[in-house]
Design a protein around this ligand. Sequence first.
Ligand code: G3P
Ligand code: MG
Length: 373
Amino acid sequence: QMQRYNLERLYLSRNAFGIAFDIDGVLIQGSETIERAPEALRRLYKDVDTGKLQVPYVFLTNGGGMTEAARAKELTRQLSVPVNPIQVHLGHTPFKTLAQRYRGKKVLSLGKGEPETALTSYGFSTVVKMDNYFREFPHIDPLLSYKPWAKYESNANGMLMPEIERQIAAVFVCSDPVDWSRDIQVLCDVLRAGGYPGKLDSQLPQPSLYFAADDFEYSTKFPVPRFGMGAFRIALESLYVKLIKRPLLYTSYGKPKPIVYHLAAKSLHRIAGMMYSKPGMNSHSEEDPNVGPLELPLPVDRARQEGALKTLYMIGDNPETDIAGAIGAGRPWYSILVRSGNFRGGGNHDKYPADKVVDNVYEAVDFVLKKEG
Ligand code: G3P
Ligand code: MG
């Protein structure tokens, strides 16, 4: 009852809006913080020292390779504002919803960083990471001895892992794969034969394959965008189809998928609800279990069904993901394209025109705060 009251009050308030920030190309470039990004974020706090927010906001990135809690710590350091893990949506965050399906089954994780730590934190019971799994199969990567960075020995006894232990029920590509040649080779081995590398039996069904995102390119410090997970997917898919002569079955998450915007909207409402229900809510607070999944109390129109925030801003640098997704999710999403990352054009994007285009994230936040004035 209390929560309903607060959400109604929130809906009627002046600050009934929230912001989702893309990370790469908007706030961070490579490992460097984009100029004035910390200053822009500081404007969303009532008090940066205590972490008390005045505008609900989340980070909505297709990147990952660590837990949301670890990313929150890293963002706190990089952006000099206190970030709460509930504000962090990574590409692989929606994998949470799949943990139950694979209870008691072995799943394979891959990508830069520590994807297995993230999956384990979501409740997956048996996660093996590619860096360890491939070592169970001597000679699986014929190029290994030419890779000076791969200091690993294969397993000491030179025996294949027992078949019963080998089987992979599903593969999760959590972050950008590092060693494409090895990963594509091993994934073809896993996927072609029911999750048993080393077999040639293509009658066995393909294990499920999940990608955290499908970005073809993303922005780094290099002047030209770099290949992302979507490019890896295309490389894997074309070799798999050529080899096995059947389509590769997969599911990819990340922006521009509507589910991502739906989950981000839910978090923004939750954060707004916490700000209003508990005057002490600040970005250091642990998630309050009593707030629970929001019962959305205002079933009038679509914006209201989504909750109490009247406008949700998506600030991104990639028209194909950030902006296309916000357009697809519809109102109350409002898209702002920045020119500091992937998109560098003078006007707007032709295929996915944003509601507003500005040079950088500082201008974007300034625009939002003036508009909501
Ligand atoms: O690897 C990260 C890249 O795919 C996109 O990150 O923050 O721009 O969604 P972001
Ligand atoms: Mg980006």
